[in-house]
Design a protein around this ligand. Structure first.
Ligand code: MRU
Length: 344
């Protein structure tokens, strides 16, 4: 099984997701600027994985700091955090992980900076290991929504590649399969940059899961024909009122589910819940380059030169479309989210 990201011999090693599925290449980030670039260019993507990368980026950044007094050390580390935080705006796990690492430093202000550098590496590895445990718990809390023979639609990639391992939307699927249930997954290709086709289809095939790839605009027709039993997606941020930001196209899936009386589930670690954002309209939505829409994977041009383009990378699904939010603490109605506290 592949490792999405790991700390290895003083570097941050990650699978370069822009090269999948044609090439499985691991790349090493030797300083925090390289980690920041990997986040920006989607070499690593998916909310929890971005958070883990940022935590490891902070640990890398700490190794460069020569200042020995705590105040100067912290100030420089804070600027490393600010740089990492600028790379993508929507996934709240990025900000959560940076805050957690900086708080960890503050809580250890009496320690020598040499020791702190080592502790930061350990803390970033803890964050990765916790993420995998959390995902397995999400799987346990979600497995009973999947019966023997269930067909599941998913959108984008909320699998092992989007996390430390095991995935969020994929976790209930893996647990259900471990329980001996037969499961079929339909993966939306996820235009414009095809995380469903490139990543979800690849990793589910690697894991031996029965997966069928469809284009995004096929989902409705399949639902109407009775082919889809439930939908499970991940999220980049859950607002206090239970609205959910996830990959563009998720809202359409949710509306189609409602029309076709199909349960629509969101699987997230509680680190994706942002109680400081009261509702989905306030979640910042990343606008990405026009080239992602006019060209297939930056190569083949498919639209006229100069055409006007919009490219919001995420959309917001209002809470009323969501059957339940599956977390490591259990399954909740969207209106119950406000009572939850985050881990960490
Ligand atoms: O732009 P991406 O590929 O980072 O978007 C990823 C998603 O939208 C995922 O569904 C989300 O981050 C949840 S990952 C468990």
């Amino acid at each position: 099984m592949f490792k999405t990201i790991e700390w290895k011999d003083g570097v941050v090693r990650m699978i370069d997701q822009t090269r999948l599925p044609l090439e499985v290449i691991y790349m090493d980030c030797r300083d925090y600027r390289e980690v920041a670039d990997a986040i920006k260019t989607l070499k690593i993507r998916g909310a929890p994985a971005i958070g883990i990368a940022a935590a490891m980026g902070i640990a890398l950044g700490a190794q460069e700091i020569e200042e020995r007094d705590f105040k100067s050390f912290y100030k420089i580390l804070e600027s490393v955090g600010n740089h990492l935080a600028k790379q993508r705006p929507t996934a709240v796990n990025l900000f959560w992980a940076i805050e957690r690492m900086l708080n960890f430093v503050k809580n250890n202000s009496k320690k020598d900076t040499k020791e702190l550098k080592e502790l930061l590496i350990k803390e970033s590895i803890n964050l990765l290991e916790e993420d995998i445990k959390v995902n397995k718990a999400i799987g346990r809390h979600g497995a009973d929504i999947i019966k023997d023979g269930t067909t599941i639609l998913t959108h984008c990639n909320a699998g092992a590649l989007a996390t430390g391992g095991y995935g969020t939307a994929t976790a209930p699927i893996f647990v259900a399969i471990e329980q001996g249930k037969r499961v079929k997954v339909f993966a939306d290709e996820t235009r414009p940059i095809l995380q469903g086709a490139r990543l979800t289809a690849w990793e589910l095939m690697e894991a031996g899961v029965d997966v069928t790839l469809i284009t995004d605009n096929m989902a409705g027709a399949l639902m109407k024909k009775g082919i889809i039993d439930i939908a499970i997606v991940g999220a980049d941020r859950v607002a206090k009122n239970g609205d959910v930001a996830n990959k563009i196209g998720t809202y359409s899936v949710a509306v189609l589910c409602k029309e076709n009386k199909i349960p629509f589930y969101v699987a997230v670690p509680t680190s994706t819940i942002d109680l400081n954002t009261p509702s989905g309209d306030l979640i910042p939505i990343e606008e990405r380059s026009q080239n992602e829409v006019t060209h297939i994977m930056g190569k083949l041009q498919i639209a006229p030169h100069g055409v006007k383009v919009m490219n919001p990378a995420f959309d917001v699904t209002p809470a009323r479309y969501i059957t339940a939010i599956i977390t490591e603490k259990g399954r909740f109605k969207p209106e119950e989210i406000k009572k939850l506290e985050r881990i960490g």
